[in-house]
Write a protein that binds this ligand. Structure first.
Ligand code: RFL
Ligand code: PHB
Length: 404
């Protein structure tokens, strides 16, 4: 067994793990990242596209914003189409000047990986059997296998940034955690294509045939999504069938402009709301998707991961720069407050914009629930106060500071 030492072991090289590692390294706090997959595999997962101001600022603080600032697109609003009738949510006007950044998660990850490589900081791709050990003691460690050899990294703290299916959350004994979950009765079929997007900003479409989203990555790269039944398969969707269905759900002017082409990625993602409480156990912290999942409708998943990172980063700075070890107990409480806000917003947006009419569930679905949600959407879109509620949560609530 080879033994390594560091201050913080970070499990997972998704955006949470890489961003935390970058911020800590800039403050001189040692860290090692362990990732199960290859770097290319991580970059192959096409996910988020919208960054809140808080995350944009954090990427700037981490010193990895050069390409985002040059190539990312500032969006001042987004459109909601309610069966073809569109309402513009003017984020900029409704929030006193706030906006969001359209810049893909893949690009954020690529920039963070490049910064880590340039600084020659340790990252072990294709690590297997990663396992946090003794997390409630003063000497935790993480064991893993790398290139056929067994390793142990001794550390002070462990950041579990290993996503929903990772090992970190399961390290917390079942009786010490509570998991809240809602599985939605549909998924999102996503297509990425090198075609000019139909719109300069996003269009969220509620439609009797189901939800659709027109998003983008650049002037020549589009990202579109369709609500599909949970048991649907990607193989059931030819590119042609996808474009035909998208056209039906988009508002008429956008549908008329839609440029189609071969898909370069096509996948179905289930929709889930999930929160694990607490997010800290001994010297182990859960960060990002390891602790919580939102349905993508509110564009909150990656942004909640970033706010967790911001909180843990502030805590670790205080631990190492001021010797205040007590402040670690603030992590879960501060992170969860913002998480539940993002969960509520994502759940609300998902309920209003998806078609539930063919679905029967205990407390949602069916014609009555559909009527409630159609009325809810109409009410919020129809008043400036309602649109402000949608805008202010979309741009993101402020990050909370630590208590003294
Ligand atoms: P990730 O990205 O899942 O990364 C976790 C990493 O941990 C590794 N790992 C392990 N490593 C070592 N040992 C183990 N035992 C391990 N188990 C796992 C994994 O290989 C992986 O590399 O979690 P992270 O970093 O917390 O990032 C979270 C975000 O990826 C996620 O919240 C967003 O993508 C969600 N999301 C969106 N968020 C937004 O803010 N805005 C959006 O517009 C948005 N759109 C989306 C989305 C997610 C989607 N899908 C597919 C779920 C659109 C979609 C379709
Ligand atoms: C995306 O571009 O992938 C995207 C944008 C907004 C969302 C979800 C996904 O709400």
């Amino acid at each position: 067994m080879k033994t390594l030492t560091t201050q913080i072991v970070i499990i997972g090289a998704g955006p949470s793990g890489l961003l935390l590692g970058q911020l800590l390294s800039k403050q001189g706090i040692d860290n090692i990242i362990l990732e199960r997959m290859t770097g290319d595999y991580v970059l192959g997962r096409i996910r988020a596209g919208i960054l809140e101001q808080g995350m944009v600022d954090l990427l700037r603080e981490a010193g990895v914003s050069e390409r985002m600032d040059a190539e990312g697109e500032v969006h001042e609003g987004y459109e909601i189409s309610n069966n073809g009738e569109t309402t513009y949510i003017n984020l900029h006007e409704l929030t006193g000047g706030k906006t969001v950044m359209c810049y893909g998660q893949v690009e954020v990850t690529r920039d963070l990986m490049a910064a880590r490589e340039a600084a020659n900081l340790p990252i072990y791709y294709e690590s297997t059997d990663v396992q946090p050990q003794n997390v409630t003691s003063e000497q935790p460690s993480v064991t893993f296998t790398y290139q056929g050899e067994q390793y142990e990294v001794q550390c002070d703290y462990i950041a579990g940034c290993d996503g929903f299916h990772g090992v970190s959350r399961k390290t917390i004994p079942q009786e010490k955690r509570t998991e809240h979950e809602r599985i939605y009765p549909f998924g999102w079929l996503g297509v990425l294509s090198d075609t000019p997007p139909v719109s300069e900003e996003l269009i969220y479409c509620k439609h009797d045939r189901g939800f659709a989203l027109a998003s983008r990555r650049s002037a020549n790269r589009s990202r579109y999504y369709l609500q599909v039944p949970l048991d649907d398969k990607v193989e059931n969707w030819s590119d042609e069938a996808f474009w035909e269905e998208l056209k039906r759900r988009l508002p008429a002017d956008a549908a008329a402009k839609l440029e189609t082409g071969p898909s370069i990625e096509k996948s179905i993602a289930p929709l889930r709301s999930f929160v694990c409480e607490p997010m800290q156990y001994g010297h182990l912290f859960l960060v990002g998707d390891a602790a919580h999942i939102v349905p993508p409708t509110g564009a909150k998943g990656l942004n909640l991961a970033a706010s967790d990172v911001a909180t843990l980063y502030k805590i670790m700075c205080r631990v190492y720069q001021q010797g205040d070890k007590e402040c670690i107990t603030q992590y879960s409480e501060i992170a969860l407050r913002r998480v539940w806000n993002g969960e509520r917003f994502s759940w609300w947006m998902s309920n209003m914009l998806h078609d539930y009419s063919g679905v029967e569930m205990a407390d949602m679905g069916g014609e009555t629930f559909s009527r409630f949600m159609t009325s809810e959407l109409g009410y919020y879109l129809g008043s400036e106060a309602g649109r402000r509620v949608m805008a202010e949560q979309y741009v993101g609530l402020p990050y909370e500071e630590l208590r003294d």
